[in-house]
Design a protein around this ligand. Structure first.
Ligand code: SAH
Ligand code: SF4
Ligand code: F3S
Length: 461
């Protein structure tokens, strides 16, 4: 058996489920653990601490957690046979929703903590170290702001990064657990966000995706003491030297205000690719979902966005089989999709979630009908995605080069529309935005060539 030579180093494995906010939170958890001597490991096997950062959004997402906990029991057994101890933590939205219940269902779990309490991780670990076997639950929404307690320094290796600017949600769509798992809407102050972004850029990050469950409801306090909108924040970020690209997700149609739409027209750094979930094309279903807008209002928002930024492409989320949805109402969703044209999309069967208003609504749609509707919607959305990707062939697109490709001399980057782009080139181009001529499409990836560099670019390369 190989002995760890540095007795202060411990290994943590973090498995992340769900949305980008969980990806961000997992990175921040690791940053709080590093000062305690933890290093990341890619495998749960042999780890001293395993954290499952969980998602509660649909039934299948939460089921995964319990099956993973079952699998981990064996790895825990092997670790203790070898004379060690594998601490097991459940974090994220299932932890927030189920709390104590997890300790009852999974006796091998040591810690349960929610998305707003992971800054207390060092205390939880210290207590678990002191009192082996003391099981802990931290799921209150704390009065303190976790961001004030996380290490200021971010540690990131890539050229793209997530940055949470807003959390929680006050919209209470009738199908959704997020307002219960993430709590009420909170915006971080502008200065804290700019500091974090500057730190990321200093480490080589060129593209930042601003995150929030309702990111365009952002209303953080600016340096002038007033509330800033997301559009205004984007303007300030666009001025940071070295930050080439800005994205944001997930936005709500109702919060797509004039300032943000104008920012799309004015800021070349704000990428022309927007995830704007609509869920349904039926006004009656939209009202039952408490989305508080109609299908035509959504169409008008898209028109205004496209007027501001003609090359804007859209993606969206859809739910099929919401309680009471008729064939005719589903057909309205297909019509909306046909009218708008999406570059990519996510579609889900409605999944009743405990404690949400929709879960007790009458007229549940049979599973087989949900499956048929999902298949029909996906067929349409995939055809649109394929058409959009094909439309990129023959175009010259700016590509942010992210990493080496599979073979020597190859590089992979992303187009403005988040498509992976494969080109030949040297590693010194990593971290730069390079114009590429797109030659072909294979499944979801684009293949292209670097367009001639300008003399200035050649001087930098
Ligand atoms: N804040 C975002 C969505 C977050 S959840 C917004 O307002 O649009 C991501 C997606 O999961 C949602 O857009 C929705 O399409 C889907 N979703 C949420 N709850 C669901 C449920 N109970 N059943 C099926 N899909 C659901
Ligand atoms: Fe959920 Fe609706 Fe809030 Fe989005 S806006 S997180 S779907 S409640
Ligand atoms: Fe899932 Fe929580 Fe995100 S429920 S989608 S991980 S906010």
């Amino acid at each position: 058996m190989t002995q760890n030579t540095d007795s202060n180093t411990r290994k943590v494995h973090i498995k992340t489920y769900g949305c980008q906010m969980n990806v961000y939170d997992s990175e921040r958890m690791l940053e709080t653990l590093r000062p305690l001597g933890f290093e990341m490991t890619a495998e749960a096997e042999g780890a001293d601490l395993v954290i499952l950062n969980t998602c509660h959004i649909r039934e299948k997402a939460s089921d995964k957690v319990y099956s993973e906990l079952g699998r981990l029991r064996e790895a825990q057994g092997r670790k203790s046979e070898a004379g060690g101890r594998m601490m097991l933590a459940v974090a994220g939205c299932v932890a927030q929703a189920e709390g104590e219940e997890i300790l009852i269902r999974a006796p091998q779990v040591d810690m349960v903590f929610g998305p707003q309490t992971y800054h207390r991780l060092p205390e939880l670990i210290a207590r678990a170290d002191r009192e082996s076997g003391a099981r802990q639950v931290e799921t209150d929404f704390p009065v303190e702001d976790k961001f004030d307690h996380l290490p200021e320094e971010r540690q990131t290796a890539g050229v793209t990064a997530f940055l949470t600017v807003q959390e929680g949600c006050d919209k209470f769509c009738t199908f959704c657990v997020v307002p219960y798992t993430r709590g009420s809407e909170q915006s971080r102050p502008v200065a804290a966000i700019l500091r974090e972004a500057e730190g990321l850029v200093a480490q080589g990050v060129r593209e930042v995706t601003l995150l929030g469950q309702n990111v365009n409801a952002y209303h953080g306090i600016g340096p002038d003491g007033r509330e800033w909108s997301l559009g205004r924040l984007a303007r300030a970020l666009a001025e940071l030297p070295g930050l080439d690209r800005i994205r944001y997700t997930t936005s709500h149609p109702r919060d797509m205000d004039d300032e943000l739409i104008a920012a799309h027209g004015d800021l070349p750094a704000l990428m022309p690719f927007l995830h704007l979930p609509v869920q349904s094309g039926s006004d009656r279903i939209l009202a039952a979902m408490n989305r508080k807008h109609t299908a035509d209002e959504f169409r008008r928002i898209v028109d205004r966005l496209r007027a501001a930024r003609p090359d804007l492409a859209l993606s969206s989320d859809f739910i099929v089989g919401f309680p009471g949805e008729t064939d005719a109402e589903f057909a309205e969703t297909l019509r909306l999709v046909t009218d708008i044209g999406f570059a990519s999309s996510f579609s889900f069967k409605y999944s009743p979630r405990p404690g949400t208003p929709a879960s007790s609504m009458a007229d549940a749609v049979p599973e087989s009908v949900k499956s048929d509707r999902l298949a029909a919607l996906n067929q349409l959305l995939e055809a649109q995605q394929e058409a959009f990707n094909h439309g990129c062939v023959g175009r010259r697109l700016p590509v942010l080069i992210e990493k080496p490709g599979r073979n020597p001399g190859q590089l992979v980057g992303r187009s403005p529309y988040l498509q992976p782009v494969h080109i030949d080139g040297t590693a010194d181009l990593i971290g730069r935005v390079v114009d590429c001529d797109i030659d072909s499409l294979r499944s979801y990836s684009l293949f292209g060539r670097i367009a001639a560099l300008t003399p200035e670019e050649r001087a930098c390369a």
